[in-house]
Design a protein around this ligand. Structure first.
Ligand SMILES: CC(C)(COP(=O)(O)OP(=O)(O)OC[C@H]1O[C@@H](n2cnc3c(N)ncnc32)[C@H](O)[C@@H]1OP(=O)(O)O)[C@@H](O)C(=O)NCCC(=O)NCCS
Length: 274
């Protein structure tokens, strides 16, 4: 069957929402509901989700075969962040990843953004190939962050740096996308706070309990505590597990020409004066 590929904003084709969530979940498993919740927050004002559709020429069959998501960057009004770039496993290596990226970049440029940021674990060379180079971490603007002043955000940022956790800063939506890819081995992190301290050498070990006393009941694990420290340690680990940040300066030929013309005019004007 003849077909073509098109990149479309997800909010223009809401009926493919669940199919899109499935595509992402095949790569980064998580609950379908949570996934739909994140990707459905799509608008021209960002965050904006893009889907790559394989459409039959007759127009009667369309399949979701790719995705990307563009968000605003906190405190950097001329920057955008691209996340969750994916192409269906069976169609990789055919130029479709490049097509999604090009479309996402064009959209960003049209909406006034000059720099695109991203973080990646093992696709650094793919992005280098597309003109990205290593940079420093940024955070996506979220619904919550919009309600905080610049000074409040800076204070939180200073605190994070002080705690030497800057390496672990990821965007909220990025964590939502990939945090469940590596299930915890034991469910309990090897945190010093949870480990049992060695007995003091000066105190002799207690005598064994008399046989008549029943053994104590198994200690009740504090489940929520484990859950929290587990996810925190996983996030910190992810930062130190080889994620790199990259960015690309977008190039707008029209803006570039205008700039050159202005410079030329200024130069001619100055020469005319002499
Ligand atoms: C990363 C991904 C989106 C790339 O999509 P793709 O359709 O396979 O890539 P393309 O075919 O468009 O490749 C475009 C160019 O990049 C090159 N390229 C692709 N993958 C590359 C890699 N891993 N390293 C170096 N170059 C790569 C191609 O050779 C091609 O070069 P060309 O333009 O000179 O022909 C795809 O592999 C994928 O979905 N991976 C799983 C999800 C993932 O890890 N996403 C990244 C999250 S940060």
């Amino acid at each position: 069957m003849e077909h073509e590929f098109k990149v479309i904003k997800l909010h223009d084709v809401p009926d493919v929402m669940e199919e899109t969530a499935q595509l992402l979940n095949n790569e980064w498993p998580r609950s379908l509901e949570a996934r739909c919740n994140v990707i459905s927050q799509s608008s021209d004002d960002l965050p904006c989700s893009f889907v790559l559709l394989k459409v039959s020429t007759a127009g009667n069959v369309r399949t979701v075969v790719g995705f990307s998501r563009l968000s605003k960057v906190l405190q950097k009004p001329n920057s955008a962040l691209v996340e969750s770039v994916i192409v269906d496993k069976t169609l990789r290596g055919c130029g479709l990843g490049k097509m999604i990226m090009r479309h996402t970049e064009e959209f960003a440029l049209k909406h006034g953004f000059e720099i695109i940021h991203l973080s990646t674990k093992n696709k650094q060379s793919f992005y280098e190939h597309l003109g990205y180079s290593l940079s420093t971490p940024v955070s996506a603007e979220t619904k919550v962050s919009r309600f905080f002043s610049k000074s409040q955000i800076e204070k939180a940022d200073d605190y994070a740096k002080h705690e030497k956790r800057i390496d672990s800063i990821k965007t909220a939506s990025d964590l939502e996308t990939e945090e469940i890819t590596e299930p915890s081995q034991s469910g309990v992190p090897s945190s010093p706070a949870l480990s049992i301290p060695p007995p003091l050498l000066s105190i002799p070990p207690p005598p064994p309990p008399p046989l008549s006393i029943p053994p104590p009941p198994p200690s009740i694990p504090s489940a929520p505590k484990k859950q929290i420290s587990s996810s925190v340690s996983k996030n910190v680990e992810r930062g130190s597990k080889g994620y790199v940040w990259m960015k690309k300066q977008l190039y707008d030929p029209e803006r570039y020409c205008l700039k050159r013309r202005n410079l030329w005019d200024q130069e001619t004007e100055r020469n005319d004066k002499f």
